[in-house]
Design a protein around this ligand. Structure first.
Ligand code: ASN
Length: 361
């Protein structure tokens, strides 16, 4: 794991350093379009981002104490790995006591996976961790970075008007005009600014002229100490069904050496072929101890195993219905739960339960 002691750069501010009431926020830059520039071949590549304040002088006008931490090698988020998620979680844990909230600048391509992964790994989170980024780099005309970053910072600093308690103590994604729970986010658009959607759950807040929080949708958990988990199981796969999928494809994916879990992307409310070869492939994987999580290809609605004959056999095979979970949350949930190394019964319990607001039971 890279060195956790990365330098923090305090950003210029008009806040009086003696004003201890001003929220202290840490911006963690990981890469993504937000900090990209065009290389000689005309491709967008991530840049170092030490002088964010030069690109966004308006940051100094915010009533916050801001610090910036840049990862040594910023990445296009298509290159993100579970090891990066564990490192990011460790970094947040390392600085948890010193800041009131965190804003993670991240590429949009895999932001939904990263936000879901961090939701699992940061157990008992009591402070905001807001992921954001941009569709157009921060230096460019018409960039959406300024708006996204400033609003994400305001969300990370937000407190309940009366109780002054933390308003969004969750991992979330803020993009364009909505705040989404980390385990409910999905990238749905690669050209427009409204790149994310909240799947099967209301947005936690909407940003218009004002910031409108939906407090009843935000998870408020009884205070407990933050626990930063340090392991994710990487032996997972996604098997997306389509009419015509062959036995060779299914058995190859489910037969991968070291496979511990697989998200089965099924049709409609969790339905799949009933052909004997297909059921045999699933049964063989289960016999080898592979956990199968049934997730619908539909963007709305939920998996109801047994509603149709075409999903009735799943329960007998020990396949877990994923309810209304997204594939992004399902992949990272499998990585997290299987990474805990628990016994059969406890693993099944955790995979079935709502752990971080990822399913509506
Ligand atoms: N390829 C970029 C990334 O995910 C896309 C973006 O950030 N808008 O890093």
């Amino acid at each position: 794991m890279p060195d956790l002691e990365l330098p923090l750069l305090p950003l210029p501010t008009r806040v009086d350093p003696a004003n201890t009431a001003a929220p202290r926020l840490l911006i963690i830059y990981t890469g993504g379009t937000v900090g990209m520039a065009v290389n000689r071949k005309g491709e967008l590549v991530p840049m170092q981002f030490r002088r964010l304040d030069r690109k966004m002088p308006e940051l100094a006008r915010l009533p916050f104490q801001l610090s910036l931490l840049s990862l040594p090698e910023p990445i296009d988020s298509s290159n993100v790995t579970p090891a990066d998620w564990l490192f990011l979680a460790q970094l947040i844990g390392r600085h948890y006591a010193d800041f009131d909230g965190f804003v993670v600048l991240h590429g949009t391509d895999t932001m939904a996976y990263s936000a879901a992964a961090l939701s699992y790994v940061l157990e008992h989170l009591g402070k905001p961790v807001v992921f954001t980024g941009a569709q157009v780099p921060v230096g460019a005309n018409r960039s959406d970075a300024q708006r996204n970053i400033i609003t994400a910072l305001e969300i990370a600093a937000a407190r309940h008007p009366r109780a002054h308690t933390v308003r969004v103590p969750e991992v979330s994604v803020f993009f364009n005009d909505i705040l989404i729970r980390g385990t409910r986010a999905k990238k749905v658009e690669s050209q427009q600014f409204a790149a994310f959607r909240s799947e099967n759950y209301p947005p936690l807040a909407r940003a218009g002229i004002g910031l409108d929080f939906d407090d009843k949708s935000i998870r408020l958990l009884p205070g407990a100490r933050l626990q930063v988990h340090t392991n994710l199981e990487t032996g997972v796969a996604v098997l997306r069904l389509f009419p015509g999928i062959t036995e060779a494809v299914v058995s190859a994916i489910l037969g991968v050496a070291g496979l511990r879990g697989c998200v089965l992307e099924t049709y409609g409310s969790g339905n799949a072929p009933t052909a004997p070869w297909f059921l045999q492939c699933l049964a063989a994987a289960r016999a080898r101890g592979v956990w199968l999580l049934n997730v619908s290809q539909c963007e709305e609605g939920r998996v109801v195993q047994g509603k149709y004959e075409t999903s009735a056999h799943f329960a007998d095979l020990g396949i877990i219905g994923g309810d209304d979970i997204t594939t992004e949350a399902a992949v990272t949930k499998l990585m997290f739960v299987l990474g805990l190394g628990l016994g059969e019964e406890r693993t099944r319990q955790l995979l079935t339960q709502d752990l971080r607001g990822e399913i509506t039971l």
